[in-house]
Design a protein around this ligand. Structure first.
Ligand code: NAD
Ligand code: TDX
Length: 336
């Protein structure tokens, strides 16, 4: 099978490319990525010379570029990760989110339909469901209620994908996963940001009261779930993916500090994120029952391995947290 992965130089995409090459010896993986600030070919150095892998630099909004990839590599299936993915950046400016996440998905769907692609996996997020109170969990039938420009743009993409299925019978499947953690996550996100700051003895900026809850899943378990949905998911269906692992942000931050032997005095409460969703929790019964997927990582093991990975790969994130990134960091956190 020849698979076009979009956004394969990002956090989850690069873990997925590695997973697929390891799990399927006869597959070819083509990575189409624009290399935005979040795309980093260093995430793929281990496999870049594998003859079953190819990189194509390009934008998913560029129709002819997408068409060329599909024809040249005789693509059978598309797994679509490429996105602007950070909620805080979407609050600073929504234009790129609408362009890549909504319009980019429409361009991909159009080309894929024209070229009779056999399967299209739309990689989405639990954030499209909005925010929960203290009880309950999102199921696949929970109405969409996106609250941030980021989640609104992802919900638009999901709606387009489902509309292409309904209208044209196009073979779409959608996955909606909870928060991922693991190696190669861009340091703007909670866990790598807190690890990097703690290692540098810098303040850890906690939004609001630190009691917002996220449902954390190791990235390799997410990749295994997408692999299952790609192969055996029912066309037109949505699959929630999550590990039943809800944690308030402060608990995660304290755990990181303990693991690194750093003082809790580094914790600094800052102004809340505007429109901050209070709690996410995923009910993953559907994928567990129908596709037999279960997470393999416990959170204790996954988070310990992840913190150690960032300690051992300081050169990877130190290259990122200089230059352009510092401009963004100052704009978001200075005087907050
Ligand atoms: P990321 O920001 O680390 O990576 C995004 C990748 O997409 C980068 O390599 C970037 O260069 C590429 N890209 C951006 N715009 C592009 C464009 N116009 N054309 C081609 N490539 C482009 O993101 P991530 O955290 O790996 O998330 C990947 C996907 O998974 C996203 O669709 C996101 O919504 C979804 N998701 C993420 C999480 C999470 O916790 N990180 C959870 C659920 C779902
Ligand atoms: O500096 C910070 N301080 C802080 O308190 C940052 C960056 C985050 N937070 C809080 C906000 C959230 O409650 O930590 C929590 C997690 O924040 P993020 O890492 O930005 O993730 P989140 O907003 O939950 O969105 C993530 O999960 C779903 C991904 O970024 C999305 O791409 C995915 O769809």
């Amino acid at each position: 099978m020849n698979i076009l992965v979009t956004g394969g130089a990002g956090f989850i995409g690069s873990n997925f490319v590695r997973h697929m090459l390891a799990a399927h010896s006869d597959y070819r993986i083509i990575n189409l990525d624009k290399l935005t600030y979040a795309g980093n070919l260093e995430n793929l150095t281990e496999i870049e010379k594998d003859p079953r892998y190819a990189f194509e630099h390009g934008d998913i909004c560029d129709r002819s570029r997408v068409q060329m990839c599909v024809v040249r590599y005789e693509i059978d299936a598309i797994v679509h990760f490429a996105a602007e993915s950070h909620v805080d950046r979407s609050i600073m400016g929504a234009a790129e989110f609408v362009r890549t996440n909504a319009v980019g998905t429409q361009v991909l769907l159009d080309v894929a339909r024209e070229m009779k692609i056999r399967r299209f996996v739309q990689v989405s997020t639990d954030e499209v469901y909005g925010s929960l109170g203290t009880e309950g969990a999102f199921t696949e039938t929970t109405p969409l209620h996106p609250n941030s420009p980021y989640s609104a743009s992802k919900a638009s993409a999901d709606m387009l994908a489902l509309a292409y299925h309904h209208t044209f019978g196009f073979p779409v499947v959608i996955t909606r996963c909870s928060n991922n953690y693991g190696p190669y996550q861009f340091p703007e996100k909670l866990i790598p940001l807190m690890i990097a700051n703690a290692l540098a003895d810098k303040p850890l900026p906690v939004y609001g009261d630190g009691m917002n809850v996220r449902d954390w899943l190791h990235v390799s378990d997410h990749c295994r779930a997408i692999d299952r949905v790609l192969h055996d998911g029912t066309i037109g269906e949505v699959y929630n993916i999550g590990g039943n692992n809800e944690k308030p942000n402060l608990e995660i931050i304290r755990l990181i500090l303990r693991h690194l032997n750093k003082p809790e005095s580094l914790i600094t409460f800052v102004k809340d994120r505007p429109g901050h969703d209070r709690r996410y929790a995923i009910d993953a019964t559907h994928i567990r029952k129908t596709l037999g997927w279960t997470p393999s990582y416990t959170f204790e093991r996954g988070i310990a391995e992840t913190i150690d990975w960032y300690v051992e790969h300081a050169e990877w994130w130190k290259r990122i947290v200089s230059g352009e990134y510092m401009k963004y960091y100052r704009a978001l956190y200075e005087n907050r």
